[in-house]
Write a protein that binds this ligand. Structure first.
Ligand code: BDR
Ligand code: CA
Length: 308
């Protein structure tokens, strides 16, 4: 299996991304690291511990990362994910404890000792990843690629910016300019990953505790997406990034130059996609375009079947 490290801010859809990867034989989760995003860091870390346990990942280290973006103050999304970041289902007290290492140090350690290059799967703001690349530049040669959820050609936090990029645009800028192979599952893609009635039924049919928990997550998440954006179903953003590490057929990509806006008046946090290659810059990002619905929903269903 392909080794991956999941850096996240759970987060309803982050949780489903973890379930998806945990139940897949194609990938091997080496660590789960947390960042402030959907909720403050103490919440996202606690949620990651709970999800790791529910996913049967008791043996996988969960390490806490950045509680603040590189230069800005933390922004959170309580109106989307609730104050705890994982509002809706009853949450048990986690039994698992957090790793003693900082997320960035643990990730560096794993990368430096890796037998084969590891794929990073960030599904929150990119603070930890930027910090990692600056603090431990030698790890780059052991990073197979970065498959992230973020950005897109329009925003959900502002007209131009998607939340994960908006929350730490300087970090995103560092990551996008790193020269590493980047695959960006942005809103253009993730808004195709809508868990409607048919999809929810398919997932519930997995008939495991993880499937029942996923149904509760989806109910809450669909509620906030409906009241805030008028969506008829919840977009499972972060699972799209995890899905690509399992099977690249899950979405089509286009290799394009992308820059992160850090100083816009209206556009801070925008991923500026040079679709017609007007800049003449070398493409640096594989921009996700079209979701293969069948591949996507089937893989989530079979992962949920394999979990406790
Ligand atoms: C992203 O922001 C968070 O609300 C989700 O977990 C996802 O990573 C979508 O913009
Ligand atoms: Ca997330």
């Amino acid at each position: 299996p392909k080794p991956i490290i999941m850096d996240c801010d759970p987060g309803h859809d982050d949780a489903i991304a973890i379930f998806l990867a945990a139940g897949s034989a194609e990938v091997d989760i080496q660590a789960i690291t947390t960042v402030s995003g959907n909720a403050l860091i103490e919440h996202t870390t606690r949620n990651a511990l709970i999800i790791a346990e529910k996913a049967g990942l008791g043996h996988v280290p969960v390490a806490e990362g950045a509680g603040e973006p590189l230069v800005r103050h933390a922004v959170t999304a309580p109106h989307i994910h609730g104050e705890s970041g994982l509002e809706g289902p009853a949450l048990p007290e986690p039994e698992k404890s957090v790793d003693s290492r900082h997320a960035v140090d643990l990730t560096a350690e794993l990368l430096l000792h890796a037998e084969e290059p590891i794929t990073l799967v960030p599904t929150g703001p990119l603070t930890n990843i930027a910090w990692l690349l600056k603090r431990y530049p030698a790890v780059k040669k052991n990073i197979a690629g970065i498959v992230l959820m973020g950005g897109g050609s329009y925003g959900n936090w502002s007209p131009a910016a998607e939340f994960n990029i908006y929350a730490d645009p300087e970090a995103a800028h560092i990551v996008f300019e790193s020269g590493l192979p980047i695959t960006m599952a942005g809103l253009d893609l993730t808004h195709q990953a809508l868990a409607g009635e048919e999809e929810k039924e398919l997932l519930r049919g997995a008939d495991t505790n993880a499937a029942a928990f996923t149904a509760e997550l989806l109910e809450y998440f669909a509620g906030t997406y409906h009241s805030l954006f008028g969506f008829s179903a919840a977009p499972i953003h972060d699972a799209c990034a995890a899905a690509f590490t399992i099977d690249e057929n899950v979405f089509a990509t286009e290799h394009l130059p992308v820059t992160v806006e850090t100083r816009g008046i209206y556009t801070t946090g925008m991923t500026v996609i040079d679709a017609l290659q007007t800049t003449g810059k070398a493409p640096n990002v594989h921009v996700a375009r079209e979701l293969n619905q069948e591949v996507f929903w089937k893989m989530i269903r079979s992962s949920l079947e394999r979990l406790p």
